[in-house]
Design a protein around this ligand. Structure first.
Ligand code: HPA
Length: 273
């Protein structure tokens, strides 16, 4: 068996010794949504550290565990803490959790993250529905022998973010008077923030927001035929757009401030999926 696939299958086998829960939605909690678990009727939790071979997140504010439970009546598996490429993991490890959640039964992947706003009409604290992505600044997670059990060698990327899920999120936001921007999210490796010149480049290329996650996860999920949606919390305006330097603390604080509304939007959207 393909080594990368074998590792995922081993993780699935471990999880299945702990729970037979079958999620419909896989939800990744970005910065600021870390305490979303409070809104979940929890069935089981599994720490990443307990899963043999699982990459463990090292970023403050990204405590690592899977939470299995219900958002109203919808069965979800929730990742509290994701795996970032800048932590030094291979791309196959970065997307391992996505593959694991799909193999546990999840059909929908709901991605959330914190980002820097590039679009000049955005403000710190805005939410952005992700409509498309720019992946070409990070290694593709599908490089290497194709895992035929998961998907095809050359997946189409025309509709990565599912139109129906986007409509649901747009309507949900409107119903709750939550302002929702929409746009293209670009992933760079990090961990350094971008330079002002890089931000100008990204704007020219059509990016509306930038961050250090999400895009490769969406590629791996799209490979497996999952339905994908994503919302970004624009925590700051990107480098060079204001006079202040960027800090992780500032990003975290902005994310925490946005959290109550962000949680509401996520919950209300999930129950409509
Ligand atoms: N750049 C990259 N990632 C980020 C940013 C940013 O400005 N803000 C939050 N995550």
């Amino acid at each position: 068996m393909n080594k990368v696939y074998e590792k995922v299958v081993d993780c699935v086998k471990y999880v299945r010794t702990k729970t037979d829960f079958v999620p419909k939605v896989a939800l990744i909690l970005g910065s600021g949504l870390g305490d979303y678990a409070e809104d979940i009727k929890i069935e089981t939790e599994i720490s990443y550290a307990d899963i043999p071979g699982f990459p463990i997140s090292t970023v403050p504010g990204h405590a690592g565990k899977f939470i299995f439970g219900y958002v109203n009546d919808v069965p979800v598996v929730c990742m509290k803490g994701r795996v970032h490429y800048y932590e030094g993991y291979s791309m196959s490890d970065v997307v391992l959790p996505i593959r694991l959640m799909k193999l546990l039964g999840a059909e929908i992947l709901f991605l959330t993250n914190a980002s820097g706003g590039i679009n000049e009409n955005f403000h710190a604290g805005d939410f952005m529905l992700i409509t498309d992505q720019i992946a070409c600044f990070v290694p593709n997670p599908l490089i290497g022998t194709n895992i035929d059990e998961l998907g095809t060698r050359f997946p189409d990327m025309t509709h990565v973010y599912d139109e129906d899920l986007q409509d649901i999120i747009r309507k949900t936001a409107a119903e709750h008077q939550i302002t929702l921007q929409a746009g293209v999210y670009a992933q760079l490796t990090g961990p350094s923030f971008e330079s002002p010149a890089e931000i100008r480049m990204l704007r020219t290329l059509g990016a509306d927001a930038v961050g250090m996650s999400t895009v490769v996860e969406a590629i791996a999920a799209n490979h497996m035929g999952m339905k994908i949606c994503g919302i970004s919390c624009v925590c700051n305006l990107a480098a060079g757009m204001t006079k202040q330097p960027l800090t992780h603390t500032e990003v975290q604080e902005a994310a925490d401030k946005a959290a109550p509304l962000f949680k509401k939007l996520v919950t209300e959207a999930i129950v409509r999926f």
